[in-house]
Design a protein around this ligand. Structure first.
Ligand code: ADP
Length: 226
């Protein structure tokens, strides 16, 4: 079943004198449970695509359907609900809140939504991520790999329809990169979690089920990875 459909997405930045076409007519469908890597040169539009799918940026033209709903038509209230419940974004530089402990960072999306933590679900996630003994630490006391694990836990805690990861291993060494990709792979398989991951690292992309290549804001390749 399709979880995401993007139709004719176009994104322009700047004005007529200084226009950048970041996305130049992107159309694609992603099935529930797919693990998709998006690759392409720097500046090709990968992050822009991810941000529009995640509802943190809006397209100049085109539509994004998630779970059958056209998010391009959402009001700002609907969009903030969508961001809190339907998508989890994992960034290259973790984006943790420095003065909150690891546990409070992970629980933050639930708190913002006035929901209680399901302790069983919480423990399953943090154990699988190997961070159960780091829950009282602050981000500055943790390594990059540990901070990224906290950020992944924060994205998994509310079981979003899609996880969007923007160069999640871009700041990590090879060993940590591999572990983080293995974690994504595990949650993809175990929970049928749909994942879209932007990367320039071929070893990371090769772990995905499907590799979409973007150049100059257009899809130039879309292959299943056997
Ligand atoms: P990638 O993630 O593939 O490196 P991006 O999506 O970040 O590419 O950028 C695509 C193009 O859009 C680039 O030319 C970039 O400079 C431009 N761009 C991205 N964000 C903005 C912005 N906020 N304002 C102006 N131009 C932008």
């Amino acid at each position: 079943m399709e979880i995401l459909r993007v139709e004719n997405l176009r994104k322009e930045y700047g004005d007529d004198n200084n226009k950048v076409i970041a996305l130049d007519g992107i159309t694609l469908e992603i099935e529930r449970g797919e693990f998709v890597a998006v690759v392409g040169p720097s500046g090709s539009g990968k992050s822009t695509l991810l941000h529009i799918i995640g509802g943190v940026d809006s397209p100049t033209e085109g539509d994004v359907y998630i779970d059958g709903n056209n998010i391009s038509k959402y009001s700002s209230k609907e969009l903030s609900y969508f961001r809190r419940r339907k998508v989890g974004i994992v960034y290259q530089f973790y984006n943790l809140i420095p003065n909150l402990t690891a546990r409070h960072n992970i629980e933050l999306p639930l708190k913002l939504d006035k929901r209680k933590t399901n302790e069983k679900n919480f423990l399953e996630i943090v154990k699988k991520l190997g961070i159960e003994d780091k829950l009282n630490s602050f981000p500055s006391e943790l390594s990059g790999g540990q901070q990224q694990r906290i950020a992944i836990a924060r994205s998994l805690i509310y079981s979003p329809s899609i996880i969007l990861a923007d160069e999640p291993t871009g700041n990590l060494d090879r060993k940590n990169s591999k572990e983080i990709v293995d974690i994504f792979r595990y949650f993809n398989k175990a929970l049928k979690q749909t994942i879209i991951l932007v990367t320039h690292d071929e070893n990371v992309a090769l772990q995905a089920d499907r590799i979409i290549t973007i150049v100059d804001g257009r899809i130039v390749g879309d292959e299943k990875n056997e």
